[in-house]
Design a protein around this ligand. Structure first.
Ligand code: LLP
Length: 416
């Protein structure tokens, strides 16, 4: 669900007419709904009820500091994957002891910064990383709390590029080496083993893969405890799907109930790392129709947003609804909606049936909150889009559109 809907044939974000934003701020432009963000964050967190839990918003999904601050103020934690995300999370006000840090390639410098900040837990992904983290922790004279990320070898039935829990994936410690790696971790003086972790992929459209992964982890916890190593937390990652088109993902409550049943009385607090399920449907990308053109037997709607603004259709063949901001007739019209970037792969939709637009119309690309702006780039020296937050009948720019000066910041003429 979300708070973007038509009133008198005009699409609004909460109570704001999206034409006003397009006109004042220009396009392309991301628009986030404050109410949708809060509601989704609340539902994801409340799904766990009385069970001891920590919901760590996955910063990578959408990392604008205005959005991070909302979640920090609600009491959520943060799931980070880089020193840059650590910086953002701290700036936005997440308490360090609610930050978990995942990723296969943490550098020394990143480990040091996270240790100094006093984060809650490192999700360690290999034995080599354990050794390195122990070394850094020793140098810093600070113990590092850790979970091991285990690859549970579960098929999440999603896009191959975003399936992370398959046997062939680069992520986590192989299931078969888990107990041995825990033993190794427990011998390292500057590490404190507190939990077990998995993230199997995204987006996932049924509870079964989560249940299967949780079972594998709970089973391992038994073996690990038998070695005298106590674990207090289980982190099941993120990955809960959302509706882009006609998908019917489990509700957060169904997800939490199914996973909760597996955890039952294992004596583990639960950590989750939701990203998409909180922000995915909380934003639209506004774009203007530049030209209509027809080649051979195909229609093209050329818009001013491109793959650099929203790469998901090009990269994963993802579906995003495209709706006119001002409703038009229903004359059937099938077109590719494409951007100005010089690649045939630059499209927002292919062979899509949409109401025939006119030059100058504003279109809304729906469900653009997760991995939208966050994956945008300046390819073709296109300035990254502005970001706006609407709240009730008010709105505010939360990131300026980049300038040409921004594009060349840090570049130097070669003078030798
Ligand atoms: N935790 C870890 C360790 C992750 O790698 C991810 C996402 C999440 C949590 C959050 O997953 P979510 O709840 O958002 O599904 N760019 C792709 C998605 C990549 C997901 C990367 N990891 C897309 O646009 O679909």
């Amino acid at each position: 669900m979300h708070y973007f809907s038509y009133a008198n044939e005009v699409l609004r974000g909460e109570e704001v007419d999206l034409r006003d934003i397009a006109e004042s701020v220009g396009t392309p432009c991301y628009v986030y709904s404050h109410r949708t963000l809060l509601q989704h964050a609340h539902v994801l967190d409340a799904a766990w009820g009385e069970r001891e839990h920590l919901t760590c918003y996955s910063v990578k999904a959408c990392s604008n500091i205005a959005i991070l601050r909302l979640f920090a103020q609600m009491g959520l934690g943060a799931d980070i994957v880089s020193g840059g995300e650590l910086y953002r999370a701290l700036l936005a006000g997440f308490p360090p002891d609610k930050i978990v840090y995942s990723g296969v390639g943490k550098t020394n410098e990143e480990m040091r910064a996270a240790l100094r900040a006093g984060i809650f837990c490192f999700n360690v992904e290999s034995e080599a990383e354990l050794v390195e983290l122990n070394r850094v922790a020793q140098r810093e004279h600070r113990r590092a709390r850790i979970s091991l990320r285990i690859n549970p070898e579960i098929d999440p039935k999603t896009h191959p590029k975003t399936a992370t829990g398959l046997k062939t994936a680069k992520f986590g410690v192989p299931h078969s080496r888990a107990v041995e790696t825990y033993r190794r971790a427990s011998e390292l003086e500057w590490l404190e083993v507190i939990g077990i972790d998995a993230h199997i992929g995204s987006p996932i459209m049924s509870v079964q893969p989560f249940v299967d992964a949780a079972k594998r982890l709970v089973d391992l916890v038994g073996h690990i405890r038998a070695q005298g190593i106590d674990l207090k937390w289980i982190d099941i990652g993120g990955g809960l799907g959302i509706t882009y088109d006609v998908e019917d993902p489990p509700t957060p409550k169904e997800w939490a109930t199914a996973v909760g049943d597996v955890l039952n009385d294992a004596g583990l607090g639960i950590i989750t790392e939701p990203g998409r399920s909180i922000v995915g449907n909380a934003a639209v990308l506004l774009t203007k129709v530049l030209y209509l053109k027809r080649n051979e037997d195909k229609n093209f709607v050329v818009v001013d947003a491109a793959m650099n603004d929203l790469i998901r259709p090009s990269f994963y063949d993802s579906f995003h609804r495209i709706q006119p901001v001002v409703q038009r007739g229903t004359e059937p019209f099938v077109a590719d909606v494409v951007g100005p970037v010089c690649e045939s792969g630059d499209f927002l939709a292919r062979n899509r049936s949409i109401p025939r637009p006119e030059q100058g119309d504003i279109l809304a690309v729906m469900s653009a909150g997760a991995y939208g702006f966050a994956m945008s780039s300046t390819y073709n020296s296109r300035r990254r889009a502005a970001e706006v937050m609407v709240k009730g009948d008010t709105w505010q720019v939360v990131r300026d559109r980049e300038t040409c000066e921004d594009l060349v910041r840090g570049e130097r003429f070669f003078t030798l």
